[in-house]
Design a binder for this molecule. Structure first.
Ligand code: ZN
Length: 138
């Protein structure tokens, strides 16, 4: 079998100002339908006030605590912010968390750890956003 590249663009809707959406089922389904058996899955967020990260999906309090602490560390109002749009805190959290993750694929499956899940992170919602998933493999 030759090299395969698949790109999917998915719409993610958030429902609050800071919101984390577990996108693992969506990404897993895309991988399993692609025919890619061995390779890499790149999950990318093309927005400057959103992010994507991998962490525990089993206990929802883990991502709740991540959101709580990020919002404590990066306060929304700071008189030293200069960005005119007024959402510097969302840009900072996006920069801290990062806009992509890479997950290995083997045997046609994502090699996520048992407790791991992929989260789309919104820091200036609620909004409709795009999530791009690119698979490279064979
Ligand atoms: Zn802005």
């Amino acid at each position: 079998m030759g090299r395969l590249v698949h790109t999917g663009v998915f719409e993610i809707s958030t429902s609050s100002h800071t919101d984390f959406v577990n996108v693992t089922p969506l990404v897993r389904n895309f991988v399993e339908r692609s025919g890619v058996r061995e390779g890499l899955c790149v999950v990318y967020v093309p927005h400057t006030t959103a992010a994507v990260f991998i962490n525990e999906g089993a206990d929802p309090d883990v991502v709740r605590d991540i959101a709580y602490k990020l919002n404590t560390l990066v306060e929304w109002d700071d008189p030293n912010y200069r960005h005119m749009e007024g959402n510097s805190a969302a840009h900072i959290k996006s920069a801290l968390m990062g806009n992509s993750r890479v997950i290995p694929i083997a045997g046609g499956k994502l090699l996520l750890g048992t407790w791991e899940a992929i989260f789309f992170a919104e820091f200036d919602g609620p909004r409709r956003r795009k999530l791009i998933v690119t698979l490279i493999g064979e």
